[in-house]
Design a binder for this molecule. Sequence first.
Ligand SMILES: Cc1ncc(COP(=O)(O)O)c(C=O)c1O
Length: 423
Amino acid sequence: MSSTYTSSAVEQTSVALDTERIRRDFPILSRTMRGKPFVYLDNSATSLKPQSVIDTEVSYYTEMSSNIHRGVYEFSERASMLYDEARERAARFIHAPQDSHVIFTRGTTEAINTVAYGWGLKHLGPGDEVVVSEIEHHANFVPWQTICERTGATLKFIPADPANGRLRLDSLETLITAKTRLVAITAMSNVTGFMPPLDRILSRAKEVGAVTLVDGAQLVSHQPVDVAALGADFLAFSGHKMLGPTGVGVLWGRAEVLEDMDPFLLGGDMIVKVRKERTTFKDLPERFEAGTPNIAGVIGFAAAIDYLESVGMEAIHRHEQKLLAHAMERAAEFDDLTVYGPADVSVRGGVFSFNLGDVHPHDTGAILDQEGIAVRTGFHCAQPLMQVFGVPGTTRASFYLYNTVAEVDRLFEGIERVRNVFG
Ligand SMILES: Cc1ncc(COP(=O)(O)O)c(C=O)c1O
């Protein structure tokens, strides 16, 4: 369960989600795909958007289209106010004490690159070590590999268990040592939904004085998160995975680490004074937000946060666990279905990755598509984990607040069909 990351202030309700009502808020859910009712099970890739988010984004363009923090006219002031309010809402959502520590980025990828280039290039050198895990998304892998190559630092890996995708922590003390300068770890695998025991990994990192970054792309969208309880120095996440528009994400950081980082993007809106000899930069957060941001997207993201808060993150998490448990039960009916990740659903989010016999995942995905079911197939931007599992890819169904048990059953009808075609 998520108790490590949640605060007592977070809503704790035992009421089941009213999915019928929720589904009416998502216009795309009333469409058909391939002539069949549309079943969207690709939420780990991106989420659907409720009408309120779509309307909010459109209203920026129709009612106040302008740049922010520059114009002295009414529309620019209104857009600036909504943009600044969005930052407050994002900070409140993760219980960050100060909204100036929330930096808007294009997404998790840009947030992690901001730290890799801004902190890594400045602080890493030969003899230093960076630790990531084998279950990371490429977004939390490739930047560290590249920065280590450029600085002469060494990249090390917390190994994953091929049997269940859990991390093997038995060698944590020899892996994270006085040489470790940074530990970057996912809070939830986008392939298996496995949630590593962050408390153990982060406390070991703290013991040796390493800076810590948590990739929250899959966690923040699905569970309550409290940055103080989490205890990391940096947290990165994406708005589009949590009902918001694409092109918006967040880098949250503790003041000390943010202030100890160089800006990665340089240009307008992040400077105080520019002279031929030298430029001085603004304070947080503007220092890390060069250029015109995704204004409509950020304002739409605030509407997404409002929507999620109105439903309750704890209730969303429980709903997804119910769907996952149902999927695991149904999977047990198939002796030729390999399911990746721990059997214990309490250490997982609502992600269900599988392979049926030796059917290629793309063939499985193509047949599910014919049934109106959208899933993801392939290596899921996690090739190192695919190597651990010894497969080129998997088929992944991932759940969110609008999915239903009936849709999970449709997935299994689809899997039956795959078996009939290829069996
Ligand atoms: C765990 C994880 N980290 C990082 C990312 C990258 O997110 P984005 O593409 O929004 O930058 C993803 C996207 O799927 C993810 O699942």
